[in-house]
Design a protein around this ligand. Structure first.
Ligand code: NAP
Length: 547
């Protein structure tokens, strides 16, 4: 049964983006509720972030058996991952497999970038226009645009004069880049940069890494999965799903209930050595207080800094790499495949741009404030993203009464549960700011949001509700909870973190993701729905039509 009866909209729902979020939203709304759904996607294929992020070394930091859809046992059991951490190409193969299996592509308009979304109060419909001049009309607008999909390219003077080639990792050429015989400069040492460095160094004539903030990293220990593990993962769908859905970060392991202070220094060293050997993001899960207690955190931080100094042979380079100014894992913790070891190569140089910042890009390369010029053939910007709000603001969203999202979020994002913004009825933001999103293994929080939205739309249909909105009061209360949850942790202590928007000049400094834990957030959302969508405003069909 179509959702709308009065205004006969073209679509029940328009979904923006064909990554993990948009694909699942299409399946869930179309195949579970029978709604008429259209997805529009800027890329020419499915994959979302993995469609664009094809830089050297691009690989997921979540383990493959948890970085996938878990809603279908059949899909889970039909797909077999080859490695502990899937690379970008394998993830795209997986997403194409799912899209084909669920027959999703017929309802996805590829190569279509949305330029504006406007809510029409008279008809209670969203009108969405695209770069190609097409327009769509839909009762519900659902964004699945990702949190890290708007490239942050720093405005360094002179870039246009550079005679070589330059690339941002988040919009990497599909045909790849040939570094053979080239002098390459890479700006940025976040999770992306740390993955790219070893791969570029192995190919380039010389790699110069421009580091502004030194970063921790733990070995990923990527490897092909054994047949035994593959069988275990296939057979334990329900249990793996249970764990990922109940933990703080949506990973397939729990955080140990032990404090760093519960163990002796010798026991601590032993535990951390084992965790270092095992590798991966689980390193931080050995103790419950790593992100809660600075004195606990410093012990892990010191361990990693010692490791850096023991791996990197040149003491000056080692000192620059280990000169880390923030608590361990208070910025998104990278994991790597030979990152620090790469600085032992003769063709790799580290430049500390905190002490000698980049002044400009010249026709020949990069010039520092000291006047030193480093000649380059290629510049790689591993400089991150205008995270969380950037992809949503690019959609030029206009709500009721002509209010724009850009104006509403001038001082930082305001949402209720990261799902809705007051004054933008029937708009849902999958993994929006104020939800666990980037603090969680993404497919896990995406599934929770899509399922919550699906249940909400089913509830609306069953109860003759045409419009759902939230209120300023709900957003204020939720904003305070987001702030409270962050302040319990060490996360907001890092002033140069993209969680706070600090990487983009002029962006308001607001801690954006919800740090209260995915398991807790899931329960909260379920309780709110069970209480008749507390904090939301639901309007019945006749009331909405009478406006
Ligand atoms: P990022 O963490 O924001 O790192 C950007 C890097 O560029 C930082 O080192 C930053 O320095 C530097 N930078 C930015 N502007 C600069 C400038 N003007 N001059 C010099 N240096 C500059 O971005 P990212 O590495 O792309 O990672 C973003 C997020 O994407 C990650 O945190 C993670 O959530 C996700 N990611 C996931 C995976 C995965 O799962 N496989 C892989 C990669 C990324 P400062 O630190 O000083 O700002």
């Amino acid at each position: 049964m179509p959702l709308d009866t009065a205004a006969t909209p073209t679509l029940d729902a328009l979904v923006i983006g064909a990554g993990f979020a948009g694909m699942y939203a299409l399946h869930s709304l179309r195949d579970r509720l029978g709604l008429k759904v259209q997805v529009v996607e800027a890329g020419d294929g499915v994959g979302g972030t993995w469609y664009w992020n094809r830089y050297p070394g691009a690989r997921c930091d979540s383990e493959s058996h948890s970085y996938c859809y878990a809603f279908s046992k059949e899909i889970w059991q039909e797909w077999t991952w080859s490695q502990r951490y899937p690379d970008h190409a394998e993830i795209r193969r997986y997403m194409n497999f799912v899209a084909d299996k669920l027959d999703l592509k017929k309802d996805i308009r590829f190569g279509t970038r949305v330029t504006s979304c406007r809510y029409d109060e008279a008809t209670n419909l969203w009108r969405v226009t695209t770069e190609k001049g097409e327009s769509f009309t839909a009762r519900f607008l659902i964004t699945g645009v990702g949190c890290l999909s708007t490239a942050n390219i720093p405005k360094i003077p002179g870039l246009e004069s550079f005679q070589g080639d330059w690339y941002h990792t988040g919009t990497w050429p599909h045909e790849g880049v040939d570094f053979t015989g080239k002098r390459v400069g890479q700006i940025g040492t976040g999770s992306t940069g740390i993955q790219a460095v070893p791969v570029i160094a192995a190919e380039a004539k010389h790699l110069t890494v421009f580091q502004r903030t030194a970063n921790y990293s733990v070995p990923a220990r990527n490897a092909p999965l054994s047949d035994e593990f593959k069988t275990w993962a296939r057979e334990n769908w329900a249990e793996i799903r249970r764990v990922t859905q109940s933990t703080v970060n949506g990973h397939p392991f729990t955080i140990d209930d032990r404090s760093v202070h519960d163990v002796t220094d010798e026991e601590l060293r032993d535990l951390l050595e084992k965790a270092w050997t095992k590798g991966g993001l689980q390193f931080r899960a050995n103790f419950k207080d790593v992100l809660l207690d600075e004195t606990a955190n410093v012990k892990l931080a010191d361990f990693v800094k010692d490791k850096i100094r023991s791996i990197v042979k040149d003491p000056e380079t080692a000192a620059k790499l280990a000169d880390i100014d923030h608590p361990y894992a208070a910025k998104r913790p990278p994991i790597d495949s030979g990152y620090f070891e790469t600085y032992n190569r003769d063709n790799v140089t580290l430049v500390d741009v905190r002490s000698d910042p980049i002044a400009r890009i010249t026709p020949k390369g990069i010039q520092l404030h000291s006047g030193k010029e480093i000649e380059l053939d290629i510049i790689v910007f591993a400089t991150g993203f205008d995270a969380m709000t950037g992809p949503l603001l690019k959609l030029n969203i206009e709500g009721a009464g002509g209010k724009t999202l850009a104006k509403e979020w001038e001082a930082g994002p305001k949402t209720y549960l990261g799902l809705q913004v007051a004054g933008f009825p029937n708009l849902f933001t999958i993994t929006g700011p104020g939800s666990p999103s980037v603090l969680c293994n993404m497919p896990v929080c995406i599934e929770q949001h899509v399922e919550w939205i699906t249940d909400c739309l089913a509830h609306m249909r069953a109860n003759g509700v045409a419009k759902i909105d939230t209120t300023e009061a709900s957003m204020k209360e939720w904003g305070e909870e987001v702030e409270r949850a962050a302040n319990v942790t060490l996360l907001p202590k890092v002033k140069h973190s993209w969680y706070l928007g600090a990487n983009v000049p002029g962006k308001p400094r607001v801690f954006m993701p919800y740090a209260g834990g995915m398991g807790h957030y899931r329960k909260l959302c379920a309780e709110i729905a069970a209480k008749g969508y507390e904090g939301f405003v639901l309007e019945r069909e006749r009331a909405a039509a009478a406006e």
